[in-house]
Write a protein that binds this ligand. Sequence first.
Ligand code: ATP
Ligand code: MG
Length: 436
Amino acid sequence: MRLSRSLIPTLKENPAEAVIASHRLMLRAGLVRQTASGIYAWLPAGWLVLQNIARIVREEQIAIGSQDMLMPTIQSADLWRQSGRYDAYGPEMLRIKDRGDRDMLYGPTNEEMVTELFRQSVKSYRELPQILFHIQWKFRDELRPRFGVMRGREFLMKDGYSFDLDYEGAVITYRKIMLSYMRTFQRLGVKAIPMVADTGPIGGDLSHEFIILAPTGESQVFFDAAYETMDFSEGKYDHNDPADLARFFGDVTNSYAATDEKHDAGVWANVAEKREGRGIEVGHIFYFGTKYSEPMGLSLAGRDGTPVVPHGGSYGIGVSRLVGAIIEAHHDEAGIIWPDSVAPFPAVILNLKAGDAGCDALCEEAYAAFRGRALLDDREDRAGVKFADADLMGHPWQIVVGPRGAAKGMVELKRRATGEKVEVSLADALAKINQA
Ligand code: ATP
Ligand code: MG
């Protein structure tokens, strides 16, 4: 994109309404604009980031055999009456009437709908297990929308749902999804720690929240330093082997980690290397047994002909919240520092002397090499303004083109994360960026 003709409205001043770094930086870098309380428009650069995160989330779900689909945002209240949640859900649910006076709602989550879709078409135990997911907008009329996209009313979620024949199968699925989450967060450049969460009337220990550390997080967290060095990259654990999944689950849950609600001072006292901080919940997974299949009449023909009621779980990742959470974890005084995996543009090209034939030509050559994916700062502004905006927007690489270098075909390549600068030919700069 050419910055001179882009809807990337950067701001020099800190907006008064933003109290945390990510909210401030998302507004200042021109990623989003609020259109109503807790509801945001994703401007071109913000939308690129959101799609990059969604792509990584999607790839890791598909890698474990979860099926990508899309369910509607608007749902019929009747579905929710079947599970008993229509009355139970409370004021967070946005209730709507259609012209025929039928009760509708903007979905806060999709357990009922996916259970109904499954009930209509799946008849035999042979078709299980299955995992389905979609990446879709949710609406929850939060009491206090705040911190920008962190706690919005409309937000993008990856929500997944599983169906297994029995508890044993559901445990394997749960662990498989947990592994996919650890891989996802690692690829997104954030350290997420799974912490046991409330299971309510279901009981057991199959509910975890995934917390990433940031000083502005909503909850206090306590954890073992062991989490700082864990590695979940592809190849470390085999998600198709239940024994390996058990090994993974042990590795990732045996060290101490808890939110303040679950904190146990006695156990904590024995943790050798203690770490403490504030945390942001970016994901939540939950085994709920037959909570929905039972009341909604989901029953399959079992192996010996007797009916079986599938065991389910649901699995969320806050895709839009992650944009804020990643910024909380990756910024400095000057602005955002995007991890390569989610950056809106791999690089910005700074033309320090727009109008100079040599600078213009080298910039156009660099820009063409990215086939529209880089950002070209072709504005007729002072160099200082361009440098400040490049740091603010957080592009992983800056290709700086000035008249003296351009005459020799040379550019200055700056890495945003380290501040390191080298003078190289354009070809070498492009090669280096492609390797990262
Ligand atoms: P919270 O305790 O933060 O309200 P929740 O328990 O209501 O979260 P879930 O229903 O488990 O959240 O939703 C899955 C994920 O969706 C959460 O882990 C979070 O990352 C994200 N999420 C939930 N509510 C919001 C919101 N209002 N704005 C942005 N993301 C949200
Ligand atoms: Mg909530």
